[in-house]
Design a protein around this ligand. Structure first.
Ligand code: NAD
Length: 310
């Protein structure tokens, strides 16, 4: 199934820029709506070579003003890394809440399919493991991370309400940690931090004991899942992530190995409300979308190192 014309909010960000590129590759015209608050125009510069790509610089929490027929909206605009949302907490809630509201209103108005990017953070520090979509989560509503987690939970509730009340063709994906080229070196997320440290020969800083786990999905796999969700018409929520669970210490060691770095590992203070374990149950994605990740952590890290050198 090919969509004719898609709006990608947050399309200049890490995930969004890969989504825009893949949509164009599949023959869809793309309008990227972004104001670069957590990204740079560089991410989408190569896409201007394709005349089917348009950029609107705008705050999605104010208005999505794209005219003409659109049959798909992918709503990704929201600060997503801890460094960003701890730096701009109120603005994160604004983007997560009002931005999602605008995207849903806009998609409803066009009769377009909309996929809303939620997050594994809606599970908080989970008491159930691995996390299935039926788990309601364990979130601290007033901790520093709550601006992100609760805005996303609100966004999910709003998406479900639009679906119920207006029949909006909306779907929710809960994205687990994803990595790949175009992540910013200083965005505070684990993989770019480790890679930057490994490449300059600094010790890799691991918060806490390092035995907390993460599941890491390569960006190409994630984009494939997101577009499978768009095509499915399913309301979700559906988890998208890599179910292979690795400890943070393992990740640090693998980064050192892949980069050939001589860096060591330094344990530093734990982060506030940092989840101990995080691993998706992707049975629903496998069954409904016929989707599962294919790129191993070692392969994905090699791709990322290679892309950084080009
Ligand atoms: P990112 O920060 O690289 O991209 C977000 C983009 O949205 C940026 O280009 C930013 O400028 C834009 N943006 C933010 N608020 C905006 C606003 N109000 N108006 C216009 N543009 C705005 O983050 P990402 O990693 O690409 O994440 C994209 C989406 O996926 C987010 O919604 C995030 O919550 C979700 N997600 C990502 C991950 C991950 O591992 N990358 C995991 C879970 C969920």
């Amino acid at each position: 199934m090919t969509f004719e014309r898609a709006v990608v909010t947050g399309g200049a960000g890490f995930l969004g820029s890969h989504v825009c590129a893949e949509l164009l590759r599949r023959g869809t015209r793309v309008v990227c709506v972004d104001d670069f608050r957590t990204s740079t125009p560089r991410n989408v510069t190569p896409l201007f070579d394709d005349s089917r790509f348009e950029l609107r610089v705008a705050d999605v929490a104010t208005l999505i003003d794209v005219t003409g027929q659109v049959d798909l909206v992918l709503h990704l605009a929201c600060p997503a890394s801890p460094v960003d949302y701890l730096r701009m907490p109120i603005d994160t809630m604004r983007s997560g809440a009002f931005g999602t509201w605008q995207a849903l209103e806009y998609a409803s108005g066009c009769g377009a399919r909309i996929v809303v990017a939620s997050t594994s953070e809606v599970y908080g520090d989970p008491l159930e493991h691995p996390q299935r979509e039926t788990y309601w989560g364990n979130v601290n509503p007033v901790g520093p991370r709550s601006v992100y987690d609760e805005a996303k939970r609100f966004g999910e509730a709003l998406t479900a309400a639009f679906h119920r009340e207006h029949g909006t063709r909306a779907g929710i994906v809960r994205i687990f940690n994803t990595y790949g080229p175009r992540m910013r070196q200083h965005d505070g997320r684990m993989i770019p931090t480790f890679l930057r440290q490994a490449l300059v020969g600094e010790p890799l800083t691991v918060h806490g004991t390092g035995d907390q786990t993460r599941s890491l999905c390569y960006v190409d796999d994630l984009v494939r899942g997101l577009l499978a969700m768009a095509e499915s018409g399913h309301p979700g929520p559906i988890n998208l992530g890599n179910p292979e669970e690795v400890t943070v210490l393992d990740v640090a060691e693998r980064v050192i190995e892949v980069t050939g770095s001589r860096s060591g590992i330094r344990l530093v203070e734990p982060m506030v409300d940092d989840p101990r374990r995080r691993c998706p149950d992707i049975t629903a994605a496998q069954r409904i979308l016929s989707w599962w990740p294919e790129v191993s952590l070692r392969e994905g890290l090699k791709e990322m190192v290679q892309a950084g050198r080009n």
